[in-house]
Design a protein around this ligand. Sequence first.
Ligand code: ATP
Length: 236
Amino acid sequence: MAILEVKNLEVYYGVIKALKGISFDVNEGEIVALIGANGAGKTTTLHTITGLLKSASGSIQFDGNDITRIRGDKIVGMGMAHVPEGRRVFAALSVYENLKLGAYTRRDKNEIEETLQMIYKRFPRLLERKNQPAGTLSGGEQQMLAMGRALMSHPKVIVLDEPSMGLSPLYVSEIFDIIQEINKSGTTVLLVEQNAKKALSIANRAYVLETGDIVLSGDAKELMNNDSVKKAYLSE
Ligand code: ATP
């Protein structure tokens, strides 16, 4: 069953049409990847479904609700959390304070504490560094923190924008392992990546974006063997 359904989404920056009427869906329990080159419209897509950008036309259904015109903070409360490109952690705040901020839509203190302990278990390095300013963490640790902060809202769907960007290969593998673990524990994942090889290796399905259009979609393993995908996105 689709937990997220995007139909004919058009988004403009001024007169520039960044998304030309794209449609895609994400089923409950899946990892779905959006891949594509620089400037294809991946970030624009995520910003629109998470309520940071307004669409000119089209619709977005999430968990049975029309969220096309809903504000970003409300969408978080409805169960969709966003891990932005470049992590955007609050550098001067401690790891713990950053995590607590992720729970701003929740009220129950005991439940928040439970989630926090679950996150410390999943990311032991965040526990070790809980009192350190986030700005002192390495890039990979900041990515973990950004993911942990998003998980603090106890989302049904987590939306990840370029989690591998700027990370060493070792960290990239670790982050992708964690994404799979998060998914196995019941969170649906929508993943935007320029690292198509990595993304397709963990995704169930994927969509290929090119200059604001979806040009290909399907089973991730099949796309990995598709000649045009190989040529455009998987060459070393
Ligand atoms: P990247 O990986 O570089 O973020 P992307 O696939 O996420 O690429 P977008 O950032 O969504 O691509 O950009 C899609 C198109 O919209 C590009 O042509 C880009 O130049 C344009 N664009 C993005 N942000 C703005 C903006 N604030 N103002 C004007 N044009 C923009």
